[in-house]
Structure formats: structure tokens, C-alpha cells
Ligand binder design. Structure first.
Ligand SMILES: NC(=O)c1ccc[n+]([C@@H]2O[C@H](COP(=O)([O-])OP(=O)(O)OC[C@H]3O[C@@H](n4cnc5c(N)ncnc54)[C@H](OP(=O)(O)O)[C@@H]3O)[C@@H](O)[C@H]2O)c1
Length: 450
């Protein structure tokens, strides 16, 4: 990379500190130990963009040094008054990386039937019409067509209001990307509508909305959207997935007991509730999938920050020799000629295309143009769009804008490449899909889909 892009190029700074490892200035670290920079003070950058340096390192205390970097003509580049080092076990450094992988695990949580609140609760959108009574064996349930009719009914709104979400449970064949994308949009819009109506009406302010939704194709984004709504409005929403084996007829009292607890997300399966937890996953020993040195790797969202890093990584570390970089702005994206020159310099053949991956025809055209002698060997999908706002401020259009590259893009890529023998099909999601995030309801929905 160009040194001019940095205050001081990381490789130059790293090289400047390498002499510390020679053991000439500081005593050898203890058995099995190594030193790592711990605290920097008095750091000054005197000149930007140096490509070479002369380095002076002097003792500045126990396990501390001062560092002065000058350019080859002796002009000052950078100085550090005190760099304090600390000894750490070499094993700890080697293992640190293996702490960074997580996945979601559903762990059993205790729910006691006796915690179900006394009094009635409401069920909306069941399609059973309005009225009082027990429509689903729940006992004390008032059934309402929608939130509007619940609000208009006499008396206070019950502590718990259940909103079954049948759309989200439907599984759709993802090969027909238009149908699948439509199902996702409908469910996500409906969830937005429900959440906004719940937050907008003061009469619901003391109650909790319990959204009963599956986590299938369209359910994932519903959960993603509601997770962000939960972050923005703690205590106002609970997500419960029902319909696991043996739960054909959800038990209302048990659901109510679970919904008043502290777990915002639950799954009911065989009469047992589980809640999601992030758990560490061991770092895999193997290097992961190959990307096919002979073939072409398609990298979408290639004008983005992570895609640029990834392109370098694929070429420099993973042996990729043919890259197809696609984003809507294509070669016109800022810095693209420089990236291409860099990748070419690393030995790759690089094609840059202006292509909207959410446009199935355009994507099909792009894939059809991949040369037969270098067939598509892997897909890495990083395309994304942000349109942040609190859930009350979102609109169906703002949802669609963010779903487009993630949902339509991924569905199109899947449908158009599933017949190929790809060595990797990689989708970039985000932790906000798993955890939700304030101001990110549309983005959480899109990432939860992936
Ligand atoms: N950066 C982070 O910290 C972070 C954290 C978690 C997850 N992620 C995920 O990692 C991926 C990359 O993140 P990033 O921060 O590098 O993103 P970014 O800088 O915003 O880049 C995303 C790129 O996607 C392209 N794009 C948008 N819509 C497209 C479409 N329909 N077809 C083709 N290209 C499209 C955009 O370029 P054009 O406008 O030219 O199309 C944009 O440059 C994203 O999926 C993001 O959700 C990022």
C-alpha cells in the first residue's frame, strides 16, 4: 500500500520496533514469556508518508524504551517518549485468536407456570374475529382483530398482548428469488407496522407485546427487526418461537409465564423454553475452504472497505489468481484503479464490473461473461447499504433499501450459482443481525436473513 495513505505506515512502525526482539537492550523475557507493547506516551508524528526510516531506541525505565524515527536524511518522522512493554505468556498470545469465534446456542431456561400473571391477556391478528373467550385453549384470552380494535376496546390494555405471526413460519423455496424476496418483504413490513403501532399508542405503554414468530426464511428478518426494537425499547417486546416438535397447540399460560420474565427471546420446544446465548467456538485447525486458484472468485460490494481488505487477503494469502470485483459503481468507485493496480502487482488478473447484484438479470449477465477457462470457483458477498434510524422513523421503503443488497443479492447469487461446483459461498452478515442494535432495525433484519 502507499505510505502516503498513512501518518506512518504500519509496516514501517512495526519494523522500527523489531530490534526490541533482539534482546540487546532489555533483558531476555522469562521462560515461555514474550514482550508486547503495553502503553505509549508522548507520541508525536513529525512528518507523514515516510517510506524508510532510521530508528533510535533507548532505555526509558524498566521494560520501557523511547523511540525516535528519522527519514534517511535525518529529518524527524516520529517520536515516542515512553513505550512501556509488558511480559505475557507466549502461549496466551498464540491462543488469543482462538477466543474470537462465536455462535448462538439455545440453552434451556426455567419457566414456572406459576409466574403467569393473573387476569386476562389479549391475542391479536388471529383471524378469528374479535370477542372474548378462549379461542385456543388459553383460558383468559380476549381475541382482537388488530391493535386498533384492542385499543378501542373497553378497559385497560392487558399486561400481555400476543401477536402470532404466521407469515414468518412459512418456509419458501429460496430458488425462486422473486417469491422468496417478496415473502421476506411482506413479513418484515408487517413486523414494522406492528412494532410502530405498538410504540405509537400511549394506551399500550404499560403492556408487553409478545410476538410469536418462527425463524424460517421470512421469520429471520422479523426477529432481526424486533431485536433492534427491543434494544431501543427495553421491556416492550418479547419474541417467542413456538411450533417445535410436540407444541402443536401452544400452552397460553406457559407462554404468559415466559413472556413476563427477563428473557427477551425464547424458543419453546417440547414444552421446554430455551434462550439464545453466544458461546465460544474453537478456532478450526484447518485453513478453511479453498477459493480455487484456477477459477474466478466473485467479490460483491467490492468498492466497500472490508471488500478491499478481503481482495488483498484472497490474493496475497489464499492464492486467488482471478478476481471479479462487482459493485454498483464498478470501476468508477473511488480508489478502484489503485486497488486494481495493487492486486495486479500481487499477481492477480482483476476484472471490475458495475453490477447491482439485486438485479437478477444484470447479475446473470455478469456471471455469463465469466470465461469458461476460468469458471466461477467462489462467491464472497459483502454488498450492503445502510439507512439507519430508530424503528419509529423507518418506512417500508427504508427497509427495502437495506434488504435489497443483502436479501435479493444473496437470493440471486444462490439461485444463479447453485448448479455450479463452488468451493466457497461466503455471505457477510453482521453481529447486529444476531444481537440487534439501536437505530439498526432494517440492517438487523437484512443481516438476520443471511
Ligand atoms: N464494517 C464493519 O465494521 C462491518 C461489521 C459487520 C458486518 N459488516 C458487513 O460486512 C460487509 C462489508 O462491510 P463494509 O463496511 O466494508 O461495507 P461498505 O464499505 O458500506 O461497502 C459495501 C459496498 O457494497 C456495495 N453495494 C451496495 N449495494 C450493492 C448492490 N446492490 N450491488 C452491488 N454492490 C452493492 C456498495 O458499493 P456501490 O455503492 O458502488 O454499489 C458499497 O461500497 C457488509 O455486508 C456489512 O454489512 C461490516
Amino acid at each position: 500500500a502507499e505510505a502516503a495513505d498513512y501518518g506512518i505506515h504500519p509496516a514501517l512502525l512495526d519494523a522500527a520496533l523489531q530490534p526490541l526482539g533482539l534482546g540487546l537492550l532489555l533483558a531476555e523475557p522469562g521462560e515461555g514469556m514474550t514482550r508486547r507493547p503495553f502503553a505509549w506516551s508522548g507520541v508525536t508524528l513529525h512528518a507523514q508518508g515516510a517510506v524508510a526510516g532510521r530508528v533510535r531506541i533507548a532505555l526509558a525505565g524498566e521494560d520501557a524504551v523511547s523511540v525516535t524515527v528519522a527519514d534517511p536524511a535525518g529529518r524527524p518522522v516520529a517520536s515516542v517518549d515512553v513505550l512501556t512493554l509488558r511480559q505475557v505468556a507466549a502461549k496466551q498470545v498464540a491462543e488469543a485468536r482462538s477466543d474470537s469465534l462465536f455462535r448462538v446456542e439455545w440453552v434451556p431456561v426455567a419457566v414456572s407456570r406459576s409466574s403467569a400473571p393473573a387476569g386476562r391477556w389479549a391475542l391479536i391478528g388471529s383471524g378469528n374475529g374479535s370477542g372474548s373467550g378462549s379461542s385456543s385453549g388459553h383460558g383468559d384470552v380476549d381475541v382482537h382483530e388488530d391493535l386498533g380494535s384492542l385499543a378501542a376496546a373497553a378497559g385497560p390494555v392487558p399486561e400481555l398482548v400476543f401477536a402470532p405471526f404466521p407469515d414468518a413460519a412459512e418456509s419458501t423455496d429460496i430458488t425462486d428469488s422473486a417469491i422468496a424476496s417478496d415473502a421476506v418483504r411482506r413479513a418484515t413490513h408487517r413486523a414494522l407496522d406492528l412494532v410502530q403501532a405498538w410504540l405509537a399508542d400511549e394506551r399500550f405503554a404499560a403492556s408487553r407485546l409478545v410476538i410469536l414468530a418462527g425463524q424460517g426464511l421470512a421469520g429471520g428478518p422479523v426477529w432481526g427487526l424486533v431485536r433492534s426494537a427491543q434494544m431501543e425499547n427495553p421491556g416492550r417486546f418479547v419474541l417467542i418461537e413456538t411450533g417445535g416438535s410436540g407444541d402443536a397447540e401452544p400452552d397460553g399460560e406457559l407462554l404468559a409465564a415466559a413472556a413476563v420474565g427477563d428473557e427477551p427471546q425464547l424458543r419453546l420446544d417440547g414444552g421446554e423454553f430455551c434462550a439464545p446465548r453466544l458461546v465460544r467456538v474453537p478456532w478450526p485447525d484447518a485453513a478453511g475452504p479453498g477459493f480455487g486458484a484456477e477459477g474466478t472468485v466473485l467479490l460483491t460490494g467490492s468498492s466497500g472497505g472490508l471488500a478491499r481488505l478481503l481482495a488483498r487477503h484472497l490474493v496475497a494469502e489464499r492464492g486467488v489468481r482471478n478476481l471479479l470485483l462487482a459493485s454498483r459503481s464498478g470501476a468508477a468507485a473511488e480508489g478502484m484503479p489503485k486497488l486494481v493496480a495493487e492486486l495486479t502487482g500481487l499477481g492477480a488478473a482483476v476484472e471490475v464490473a458495475a453490477c447491482d447484484v439485486a438485479d437478477r438479470e444484470a447479475l446473470a449477465g455478469l456471471l455469463a461473461a465469466v470465461p469458461a477457462e476460468r469458471p466461477l470457483s467462489a462467491v464472497v458477498h459483502t454488498a450492503a447499504v445502510l439507512d439507519d434510524g430508530v424503528v419509529e422513523a423507518l418506512t417500508p421503503e427504508r427497509i427495502d433499501r437495506v434488504l435489497r443488497p443483502k436479501v435479493d443479492g444473496a437470493l440471486n447469487l444462490h439461485a444463479l450459482t447453485e448448479h455450479l461446483d463452488l468451493s466457497a459461498f461466503v455471505l457477510f452478515s453482521s453481529l447486529s443481525g444476531t444481537l440487534g442494535g439501536a437505530g439498526l432495525a432494517n440492517y438487523s433484519a437484512a443481516n438476520a436473513f443471511l
